[in-house]
Ligand binder design. Structure first.
Ligand code: GUN
Length: 277
């Protein structure tokens, strides 16, 4: 029997309606996005984030800086936004052009406004199991797993990919839910041997079709974070044939992607609430 699809689009819509109500209660909530340069994929992501924010009543400001922007210019803008009381959340779209030190820019954002959860203070709070702002994609994945009643306590969760944006934080969130977590990466000796152990398999590598059916345990829950533009269109990191073996699987598109944006909106409300206390 083919896997049941985990519909991130439908769940994200529901979350957006909840966020809209919270925004109405709070009054003004402000999110500022910054895009440096003209990477086409980043432009699409920013457009979606802006549209989603506006739809729920968040005041969304959209800074577009030229490709040749200097680090100093970007840091000046971030400093200004940090001091602006109308700005609850700052989202700096990555990647940044080469002349800008990405880590320096991330660390310039006020941790209280860091709705991406990329600042070392928020990443460190996640590591320690303390409350803070957590990146949108990992948070969205856990919300989606909960929606479908996937048991995490005692489950063997295997995460493929160790990025700061997805792999590492999702591994920590799974650990916080008492899963036994394995993190795999490009130097893992026998990837298939690891992934076959997974009750819950999260794949965030950026390689179309990396996970084939024989790498997946029958009935496993599979979360595909991949968004790979190929000649055949948008493809995930998981071969579509895996749906014949898995119990639950996220589609691409319409699985994790919409959840990332919904979590960003939730984070913006969370930051706004915390700043008003
Ligand atoms: N680039 C790729 N994913 C993300 C994300 O979630 N947030 C930001 N700011 N940049 C990204």
């Amino acid at each position: 029997m083919p896997a049941q699809l985990m519909d991130g689009k439908a769940l994200a819509e529901r979350i957006r309606r909840e966020v809209a109500e919270e925004v109405e209660q709070l009054g003004e909530v402000g999110l500022t996005t910054i895009l440096v340069g003209d990477d086409p994929a980043s432009e699409i992501y920013i457009r979606r984030k802006q549209e989603a924010a506006k739809e729920v009543g968040i005041l969304a400001r959209d800074y577009r800086l030229a490709e040749e922007t200097t680090e100093e210019e970007l840091l000046d803008l971030i400093t200004q936004l940090n001091a602006d009381d109308k700005v609850d959340g700052i989202l700096l779209q990555l990647p940044l052009p080469d002349q800008i030190d990405e880590q320096r820019a991330i660390e310039a954002v006020d941790p209280a406004k860091d709705v991406d959860g990329f600042h070392p203070l928020n990443a460190g709070r996640l590591w320690l199991g303390l409350d803070g702002l957590v990146a949108g994609t990992p948070t969205g994945i856990i919300t989606l797993l909960d929606e479908y009643g996937v048991p995490l306590e005692g489950a063997h969760a295997v995460v493929v990919g160790r990025s700061n944006i997805v792999g590492k934080p999702v591994a920590l969130l799974l650990l916080a839910r008492n899963a036994t977590v394995t993190i795999c990466h490009s130097r893992t000796a026998d990837l298939a041997a690891e992934t076959r152990q997974a009750d819950v398999l999260v794949v965030a590598v950026g390689e179309a079709g990396l996970i084939s059916p024989e790498m997946v345990k029958e009935g496993a829950t599979v979360v595909d974070v991949g968004m790979n533009r190929t000649d055949e269109g948008l493809r995930g990191d998981v071969d579509p044939a895996v749906a014949e073996r898995a119990g639950l699987i996220t589609p691409v598109p319409g699985g994790v992607g919409p959840m990332t944006i919904a979590s960003l909106l939730r984070n913006t409300v969370k930051a706004a609430r915390a700043r008003r206390c």
